[in-house]
Design a protein around this ligand. Structure first.
Ligand code: BGN
Length: 351
């Protein structure tokens, strides 16, 4: 077969160059698209492996400064003078060991029965040191519904944890009756009001039942500013997802809680109520603080993820108009049942 030789003329050359140039934007676009796709894949993979990589860095109180930041109970000094007992020492803050604590997961009824005797817990889940006067009177308020296994793990763990810190404490479990969506914030408001009927607590810790503190020197007491206690959580790879996060476990003085009018009562379902609370705090000129991520380490007990509420965004947006007209000053609820149980004060409420 004879191939016809074709002359590659100058004109052909021009045509070839023109066609190449006309295709270039297309080629360029495809290249950019590919690059964006690769970049997105890398970001998604990195995020799945390590979500904390995109966490905000935050300022925190250094371990050596923790002692200066704590707010002692106004009753402690006087009680120490009248009782002749010394104020309890600070040694728990010097706990420099790096050992992490883990909860016992398979809690038996026998463990719980033994606990109140072994640790001398009084009915209603209260305790205070017997050979010194605690510097802190703290109500630990836990919103609750349908989490029996987690509650048992929490109780078994927390009582001994708190006693090592020599806190005068009470654990209150505020349970919401079925019917409506869960309203975490309103239950916390109720816990605040109910706790004050039992003792003039100066400090409140609002605590989810699925959170377990892992460092013994993460003291369950209030600081000068409201404190986000669970800022280093395993489910967030021990990082803070965003700077304003104020959920999980927080500590706030009674006077500050009054000032911000507590939580909003309007957040039904999962999400947003803690963000609203943080805004209330800022609005009143307070600012949240945190201990070092080494100290504020928590593990979350596993459970299925709740469905976020659809109204949380609109509630949050409208929140600032309601700070003074929605909170502990407008709280309405009915106590359906309440008992001083061996390990906690149980209050069943209809909201
Ligand atoms: C946020 C939730 C918080 C929750 C944290 C951590 C909202 C409001 C809409 C932006 N906030 O997204 O309530 O504590 O995640 O899980 O959903």
């Amino acid at each position: 077969m004879v191939l016809k030789e074709r002359n590659f003329t100058e004109q052909d050359c021009h045509l070839y160059i023109i066609s190449l140039v006309s295709k270039m934007p297309n080629l360029f676009c495809q290249m950019v698209k590919k690059m964006i796709l690769i970049l997105l894949t890398v970001i998604i993979i990195t995020y799945c492996i390590h979500p904390g990589r995109f966490a905000h860095y935050y300022t925190f109180i250094k371990e050596e400064d923790m002692v200066h930041e704590l707010e002692e109970s106004p009753l402690a000094q006087k009680l120490s003078e009248t009782s002749g007992l010394p104020l309890c020492p600070w040694h728990i803050l010097n706990e420099s060991s790096y050992s992490l604590l883990y909860p016992k997961k398979n809690v038996t009824q026998c463990d719980l029965n033994e606990l109140s005797v072994k640790l001398d817990i009084k009915l209603g889940g209260t305790w205070k040191p017997s050979n010194c006067v605690s510097r802190f009177d703290v109500a630990i308020v836990v919103p609750y519904r349908n989490r029996q296994t987690q509650l048992e793990i929490f109780l078994l763990y927390m009582h001994s944890f708190l006693q090592k810190q020599m806190i005068n404490y009470r654990i209150l479990i505020i349970e919401q009756v079925e019917k409506k969506d869960f309203n975490r914030a309103k239950l916390l408001n109720i816990g605040y009001i109910e706790a004050l009927k039992l003792f003039p607590y100066h400090c409140f810790i609002f605590h989810d039942v699925d959170l377990i503190p892992q460092k013994q020197n993460n003291i369950y007491a209030c600081t000068h500013q409201p404190r986000h206690m669970s800022s280093s959580l395993n489910t967030f790879r021990y990082n803070l997802p965003y700077r304003g996060l104020f959920g999980g476990a927080v500590a706030i003085l009674k006077s500050q809680f009054e000032l911000v009018n507590g939580f909003s009562n309007m957040f039904f379902g999962w999400g947003g109520e803690d963000d609203d609370f943080q805004s209330r705090i800022n609005h009143k000129g307070l600012s949240i603080c945190r201990f070092s991520p080494r100290v504020s380490r928590y593990v979350m007990l596993t459970h299925s993820k709740e469905l976020p509420s659809e109204t949380r965004f609109s509630n949050l947006l409208a929140g600032k108009n309601r700070y003074d007209v929605d909170g502990i000053n407008t709280l309405v609820y009915t106590v359906r049942n309440s008992t001083f149980k061996p390990l906690y004060t149980w209050i069943l409420v209809d909201i």
